[in-house]
Design a protein around this ligand. Structure first.
Ligand code: SAH
Ligand code: SF4
Ligand code: F3S
Length: 444
């Protein structure tokens, strides 16, 4: 978040964001909505007039983090009873008033589809718990373009919600049904971001590649067509998107990776497991082989594309053999990096009551998978050494004259560039691979 409190009279808002990029985007929009009501952001919780926790419900640990953070706020609230505490996001949606019952210090609970009403809630002009899925679109009620500069890389939500109902996942319940934002709104928001200094936009959706809508030509557009329209906007140098479902990788989206230079060679395409039996039990609606053939087609279109995925180990019923098939799939694909999680049973999901894999067994499988993924990440980074890439500088580094930015492949790159500015997009030769980043030298 970009602005801080120069004005002593303004009220101060502290936001903590958990979970996925969609929550990061939502926090930004809530900050803008509250900004219209005179709130400025602060990075100091102790100094805030309002603390807003934008939460994640995806795994038990993520949800429990809210309650430990609320526990830590007790002394501050006791000291300053007028401090407002709000809970937003997916735990707010899933647990609603239960949050206030468990933690009476909470003043407001607002779900992901109702946060346009947050300012009214804070003013006491709306209920203090709002978690419905309203007919109205929150985006129509949020403040429009503002003149403030933005960091060079921004998120833009184009699609929300999920109709896939994977057996382990809370998202269809916390975010609701799949909804695509209209084309003109998306293009306008993109133009507004570019006018404020943005050069790279990451399109967001829980199933972003399932986006569809009616274009200016009156035709039904798919996600690939939307990317083509965005790529035509002057000044948009880089486009990314996340997260995609394998079953929504349409031909037009795959060919966009071949045709559109601004579309970065990076794709997060979660597969979750390499076992057909487990994929079926997860309700993923594709086989391991279908995923592998899809990867082949994507690599035909864009041979250098860096692929990443999510995996769940220890899903109910997973055997050693199923796990071995996951490892085989990872070997076959070769991922640039990947997230892997131990299965966490979530109340209200179809898999919740199924018999669990023994914790020790799941832990061992997770370690084995992570070791393999780490080897692949290292190899992918090592293969960047000696290559010339573009880097979009996002901030200065710890060392004097150092800048940090992202490469085309989304690696963090550290470069000595004393004359460069945040927002510069420069050519860099990669000279070294470190644990989770690369080091490069300026070419221009
Ligand atoms: N929409 C995205 C994922 C959203 S959740 C998709 O379809 O891929 C991000 C990741 O969290 C998932 O890909 C999955 O790997 C993991 N995840 C979701 N529910 C989980 C659970 N109950 N236990 C462990 N990991 C889970
Ligand atoms: Fe969750 Fe599956 Fe939807 Fe992804 S596709 S958000 S994992 S239900
Ligand atoms: Fe978490 Fe909700 Fe995102 S559950 S991962 S914050 S959609």
């Amino acid at each position: 978040m970009t602005q801080h409190a120069p004005d002593k009279a303004a009220k101060k808002l502290f936001i903590k964001t958990y979970g996925c990029q969609m929550n990061v985007y939502d926090s930004q929009r809530m900050a803008e909505a509250m900004g219209a009501d005179g709130y400025v952001l602060t990075e100091d919780q102790a100094d805030a007039d309002m603390v807003l926790l934008n939460t994640c419900h995806i795994r038990e640990k993520a949800a429990e983090k809210l309650y430990s953070d609320l526990g830590r706020l007790k002394p501050l609230k006791a000291e300053r009873p007028d401090l407002k505490i709000g809970v937003a996001g997916c735990v707010a949606q899933a647990e609603g008033e239960e949050i206030i019952r468990r933690m009476p210090l909470v003043d407001l609970v607002v779900g992901p589809q109702t946060y346009h009403r947050l300012p009214a809630m804070v003013r006491g002009e709306a209920p203090r718990i709002l978690t419905d899925f309203p007919e109205e679109d929150k985006f129509d009620h949020l403040p429009g373009p503002r003149a403030t500069r933005r960091a060079p890389a921004a998120f833009l939500t184009v699609q929300e919600g999920c109709d896939k109902f994977c057996a382990f996942c809370v998202v269809p319940y916390t975010r609701g049904a799949e909804v695509s934002r209209p084309v003109d709104r998306i293009l306008n928001e993109a133009r507004d971001l570019l006018a404020r200094g943005v050069r790279e936009i990451t399109l967001l959706g829980q199933n972003v590649n399932g986006w569809h809508g009616r274009g200016a030509d009156g035709r039904e557009w798919g996600f690939g067509r939307l990317i083509r329209a965005l790529a035509e906007i002057e000044g948009l140098d880089r486009i990314r998107y996340t997260t995609s479902h394998p079953n929504d990788m349409a031909d037009d989206l795959i060919s966009a990776h071949r045709d559109i230079p601004a579309l970065m060679p990076y794709l997060h395409l979660p597969v979750q497991s390499g076992s057909d039996r487990i994929l079926k039990a997860m309700n993923r609606k594709h086989t391991a082989d279908q995923y592998l053939r899809l990867i082949d087609r994507i690599r035909d279109a864009r041979p250098d594309i860096l692929l990443t995925s999510d995996f769940i180990v220890g899903f109910p019923g997973e055997t050693d053999e199923d796990h071995a098939e996951t490892l085989q799939l990872v070997e076959r694909v070769g991922f640039g990096t990947a997230f892997s999680f131990k299965y966490s049973p979530r109340p209200g999901t179809p898999a919740y009551d199924r018999p669990e894999v023994e914790a020790g067994v799941a832990d061992a499988r997770l370690q084995e998978l992570q070791a393999l993924l780490t080897r692949q990440q290292k190899a992918t980074q090592q293969a960047m050494v000696g290559r010339s890439l573009t880097v979009l500088f996002e901030k200065s580094g710890r060392e004097a004259g150092q800048m940090v930015g992202k490469s085309d492949y989304l690696h963090s790159v550290f470069v000595q560039a004393p004359r460069a500015q945040v927002g510069d997009l420069l050519r860099v030769r990669i000279v070294e691979s470190a644990a989770n980043s690369l080091r490069g030298e300026l070419l221009d």
